[in-house]
Design a protein around this ligand. Structure first.
Ligand code: NAD
Length: 462
């Protein structure tokens, strides 16, 4: 006998799970959400996107002041770093936002259970932890997310050798931070500690940074980050890292080892399904440890669905949110929509790097004929006024139909500018459509319009 019954039990309260729970409640379902951590919000809010953005913001401000604003006619006195206060601000933001989700659950009448959920046969979920309860549900949604992928030969001690969670709370600025992996996490957190004064070396297995990002943009990013003092060692496979006294030694295949007082391992993440009891409903993982689903997020077990990092696709909070909403709308109404081809990606370095749709490399590999328009921030008046002139916007449009196939950029507030491109792609816009839309002057967004004009060789300010 189950202790409690719900229409839908969501396992995991990350951005995928908590958003799905709220949307399902809005649609009239009796919804419960099971989360093991005392705080709601998952990796993104507790130990990912939000705390890292808080530190990126503070470290950017600090660095800007240290570097000086003389060029803008502003003379400063001494600038000092108060790291404990900076970390405390980050923690406060996390507390406020995670409390906010608890409030949203109350408002929407989502029942919250604190404990680890395990599927216990069809329509059953057992919760163990602070709450111990057996639930019955017509629908179960798996939104358990992902955890950092381990690197063979590297043992994390949560201190000198750590993952992103460790690097969000270093109590002092490292002398030398070695970052393993030049992906989103490595570049964002590497930037934070570089700006605060650490020497930072990023070791990357590939011959480029940011795999999956448009290569022209990734190359420019590497150049700009190098100028900020990040050191890159590319085509270098880390085979081990171990603590050595107060320091760590990082072993690289065929190269001299590196010594560092902190090591950040950021070599990707893997779906998290441990102890979920998938066997009890006959779900087998795919070759990459993901839960297989169909285009309506249904697993092979009747009434069990999965979304977010635990299924295929990019591991991004907003992708999980879209899927969560589509999944519960499909359950409750029969209709729902999430387009896997139009998911923006943003790396919050300075300048920001953002993209949506297919990269130039992908279009070439697929043999798609395209036209390309590029516009540089240095020719944008607002960027000049902001003194933020590095970067470019690139629009890729179909050679015959002019439909926008991909937009990639690096530049000030690129993470905000990409939204226009996402909307354009979502409504099937052509580059001509973007070019003929009035953009306020003087704004950074004019770079997008100018790049669209450039597709047809008629940008005004280039
Ligand atoms: P990633 O997959 O983005 O990058 C990992 C990098 O590590 C790759 O470039 C890979 O080639 C390299 N690598 C792997 N093994 C190596 C080895 N032995 N030696 C040297 N390099 C090695 O992974 P990440 O940066 O850890 O991020 C994890 C996930 O979190 C990603 O899916 C990312 O999308 C997500 N994330 C997103 C954001 C954001 O949206 N801004 C921020 C942080 C994380």
């Amino acid at each position: 006998m189950a202790d409690r019954q719900h229409d839908l039990v969501v396992i995991g309260a990350g951005p995928g799970g908590y958003v799905a729970a709220i949307r399902a409640a809005q649609l009239g379902l009796d919804v419960a959400c099971v989360e093991r951590e005392p705080r709601l919000g998952g990796t993104c809010l507790r130990i990912g996107c939000i705390p890292s953005k808080a530190l990126l913001e503070s470290s950017e401000k600090y660095h800007e002041l240290v570097a000086g604003l003389d060029g803008q006619g502003i003379k400063l006195g001494g600038v000092a770093l108060d790291l404990p206060a900076m970390l405390a601000r980050k923690d406060r933001i996390v507390v406020d936002l995670t409390d906010g989700i608890a409030g949203l659950f109350k408002k929407n009448k989502v029942t919250r259970y604190e404990g680890a959920a395990r599927l216990a046969g069809p329509g059953r979920v057992a919760v163990e932890g602070k709450d111990r309860v057996d639930l019955a549900a017509r629908h179960v949604l798996i939104a358990t997310g992902s955890v950092p992928a381990p690197l063979p030969g590297v043992e994390l001690d949560g201190d000198v050798v750590g993952d992103s969670t460790t690097a969000l709370s270093f109590p002092t600025v490292p002398r030398h931070l070695v970052v393993i992996g030049a992906g989103y996490i490595g570049l964002e957190l590497g930037s934070v500690w570089r700006r605060l004064g650490a020497e930072v070396t990023v070791v990357e297995y590939l011959d480029r940074i940011l795999p999956g990002t448009d290569l022209e943009i990734a190359r420019e990013a590497q150049k700009l980050l190098k100028r900020q003092g990040l050191r890159f060692v590319l085509k270098a496979r880390v085979t081990g890292a171990r603590r050595d006294g107060q320091d760590a030694i990082v072993e690289i295949e065929g190269q001299e080892p590196l010594r560092a007082d902190r090591v950040l391992v950021a070599v990707g993440r893997k779906p998290y399904t441990e102890g979920l009891g998938l066997d009890s409903v006959g779900i087998a993982l795919d070759e990459r440890g993901r839960v297989p689903v169909d285009d309506r997020f249904r697993t092979r077990a009747a009434g069990v669905y999965a979304i977010g990092d635990v299924i295929a696709g990019p591991m991004l909070a907003h992708k999980a949110e879209e899927e969560g909403i589509a999944c519960v709308e499909l359950i409750a109404t029969g209709w729902g929509h999430a387009d896997p081809a139009i998911i923006p990606g943003v790396c919050y370095t300075d300048p920001e790097i953002a993209g949506v749709g297919r990269t130039e490399e992908q279009l070439k590999a697929e043999g798609v004929a395209y036209r390309k328009g590029v516009f540089f921030f240095r020719a944008n008046s607002r960027a000049r006024a902001l003194e933020r002139i590095d970067g470019r916007v690139k629009i890729l449009a179909h050679a015959e139909t002019d439909r926008v196939l991909g937009v990639h950029m690096i530049g000030p507030r690129a993470g905000e500018l990409i939204a226009e491109a996402v909307l354009a792609m979502a409504v099937g816009a052509s580059s001509e459509d973007i070019a003929r839309v009035c953009h306020a002057h003087p704004t950074l967004a004019e770079t997008v319009k100018e790049a669209a004009l450039a597709v047809d060789g008629r940008s005004i300010h280039a």
